[in-house]
Design a protein around this ligand. Structure first.
Ligand SMILES: [Zn+2]
Length: 257
């Protein structure tokens, strides 16, 4: 989904040319939320700019729910969990989209989208808070920056990127656009690695708990998600790409049980 969303390549190329995209000095630094060292060569500003553009495109292409009560509910839970995550400097937005998909996503900079299908699937605010915590966990752990950086490094090579930045963007612009597109969106259906998903689960449980939602809601939600997916003739896409269900539930049980 996000790849097609980045239609305006010129904006990206301008950002690249201005040197806004890369922050090579801070290539490897420790993330305070996870305590883990990360390889990051993309600046927060550049990611936030791309995310804002992607967010605007999603809102143009997917109807925003006109259910005011639903929007208010999502904003209330989202603001409460985001505040307790400590990421108070971000311009958080929580928007419900009118789609039956059981899905949610987050963009760097604090843009969180929930599809109506997931809100309906959740049994209570605690389960919404569990997904919210997970999505906010991806932001805190800077998974998008890490993913985009890894993809840029793999696809183009850091040196090629630096050369491309200096004058000749050439084909690299496409690689960079693809890497950004694939790396920007996180959610139930577009996951990162097993490690990132489990990390987001762990952070998310901490945030929801800090916001006074019982962690057991996270366990209940994922149990039902997994059972629901496994019961379908065509399993939901996220099941094949997320951590093995047993591993995930075991980790959540350790946190929330
Ligand atoms: Zn996730």
């Amino acid at each position: 989904m996000p790849l097609q969303l980045i239609r305006d390549r010129r904006t990206l190329i301008k950002a690249l040319a201005a040197g806004a995209l890369f922050a090579p000095v801070a290539a490897c630094s420790e993330n305070p939320a996870t305590g883990r060292r990360q390889f990051v060569i993309v600046s927060d500003e550049a990611l936030a700019g791309m995310a804002a553009q992607t967010w605007a495109e999603i809102q143009r292409s997917t109807p925003v729910s006109d259910d005011a009560a639903l929007q208010a509910r999502l904003r209330r839970v989202g603001a409460r969990v985001a505040e307790r995550s400590g990421l108070t400097g971000l311009d958080w937005e929580f928007v419900a989209f009118d789609s039956a998909d059981i899905n949610a996503f987050v963009l760097p900079g604090g843009k969180v989208g929930f599809f109506r299908g997931l809100i309906d699937f959740a049994q209570d605010d605690g389960e919404i808070a569990a997904v919210m915590g997970h999505e906010i966990g991806h932001v805190a752990a800077r998974h998008a920056a890490e993913r985009v950086s890894q993809q840029l490094a793999v696809q183009a090579g850091v040196q090629a990127a630096a050369m491309a930045l200096s004058e000749n963007l050439g084909e690299f612009a496409d690689d960079a656009a693809a890497a950004l597109g694939a790396g920007l969106t996180y959610g139930v259906i577009l996951p990162y690695s097993r490690r990132h998903e489990l990390e987001a689960d762990r952070l998310g449980v901490g945030y929801m708990e800090a916001a006074s939602y019982a962690p057991v809601h996270a366990l209940a939600f994922w149990r039902r998600m997994i059972a629901d997916s496994e019961a379908r003739a065509q399993p939901l896409a996220w099941l094949s790409t997320h951590p093995a269900p047993d591993d995930r539930l075991e980790a959540l049980e350790a946190l929330a049980g």
